[in-house]
Design a protein around this ligand. Sequence first.
Ligand code: AMP
Ligand code: GLY
Length: 421
Amino acid sequence: MKILVVGGGGREHAIIRSLKKNPAITEIFACPGNGGIAADATCVAIGATEIEKIAAFAVETKIDYAVVAPDDPLVLGCVDALEAKGIPCFGPRANAAIIEGSKVFSKNLMKKYGIPTAEYEVFDDMNAALKYLDTAPIPTVIKADGLALGKGVIIAETRDDAKTAVRDMMEGGIFGKSGSRVVVEEFLTGPEVSVLAFTDGNVVKPMVSSMDHKRIGDGDTGLNTGGMGTVAPNPYYTKEIADECMETIFLPTIRAMNEEGRTFKGCLYFGLMLTPNGPKVIEYNCRFGDPETQVVLPLLESDLLTVMQATTNGTLADVDVSFADKHACCVILASAGYPTAYKKGFEMTFTDEALAATYVAGAKLENGKLVTSGGRVTGTTAIADSLEDAIREAYRLSDGVKFEGAYRRSDIGQKALKASK
Ligand code: AMP
Ligand code: GLY
């Protein structure tokens, strides 16, 4: 079988490594992949959002199954385009990917179907938003409506900061068109949990839970990033909470999407906050999380391709989705300066054991050498019987990945470790 994976980050590297365990797969192509992924797949110089080119390549190459991993091609209709050419795909069509593509859509969906989430107001008019902020409860959360590379969320501690955020988004255009409509949201508190779930539009099979570390600095300080590390499972997410989420959030969301004529198939990501008033949805993503995937898939014991195909075929009820009863930790190495300006082009080296444990996110091949080419560069994952050992081993293996200016947080997993004790 020939498989195509659309995307080129650490998440896609983890998906490809997991798929490769299936002996029926003869070749994996990645559009565009990256210099590190090139060790595990054939990288094709087509960008993840060049949808017509991707579809043409898939036809030409006689791809048997495609996996569309990132949010932007999903929202732009990459699955629709591939399906139109007769290529079965993992991932939602554009009309369902809107659950991530528009925060206003997802908030209105939750309100209409009684799915627990933060209270909110939507504004197309800046002056109306500013007036509302004169009396809104503080702190408050301002979100750009559209995709903003995971950066379209501002938590305002004061009324002035909230108004500045609204002006920056609606007048200053800091998130481009994504910010012409904003959501002003109630500030929630509690531990955050990421739950990725396979769904065929009918049955939901959640994966092992995980915890992301979004801030750049130790102790959750500094700017938001794409994610500096993850652990799985998330100790706050007990069996009781999982059962409650299935009844109040996961199944109601799948049913709501069906009611709206927007059946969701693929991986639905639930960003949850465990508030004093129960679990609430912070955000939906229409895809695998990054770097959640780098701890979740290494724990998957079932065959990934079989599960993915079952979501496409509507047969998820018939397949086993099971996870090892172990712990995983992923430590990200980033370029010095990330998430603001950083330099690229530094040569990378790996010990053999580090290479085997590392997913490459931002690197390219230059004259046969791997050099850095992005903000988040690598993610190194270890699995162990205890969380403590997984953390220790992930850091030890990550020591074996070297490039100039490599930065990592030193406390990935520590909050989870405290919570589990
Ligand atoms: P997002 O980009 O939607 O994942 O949001 C980034 C982060 O902002 C989340 O992981 C939360 O930590 C925080 N956040 C988003 N919405 C809220 C909210 N309503 N209350 C408190 N924190 C929030
Ligand atoms: N790790 C958060 C995300 O994938 O959006």
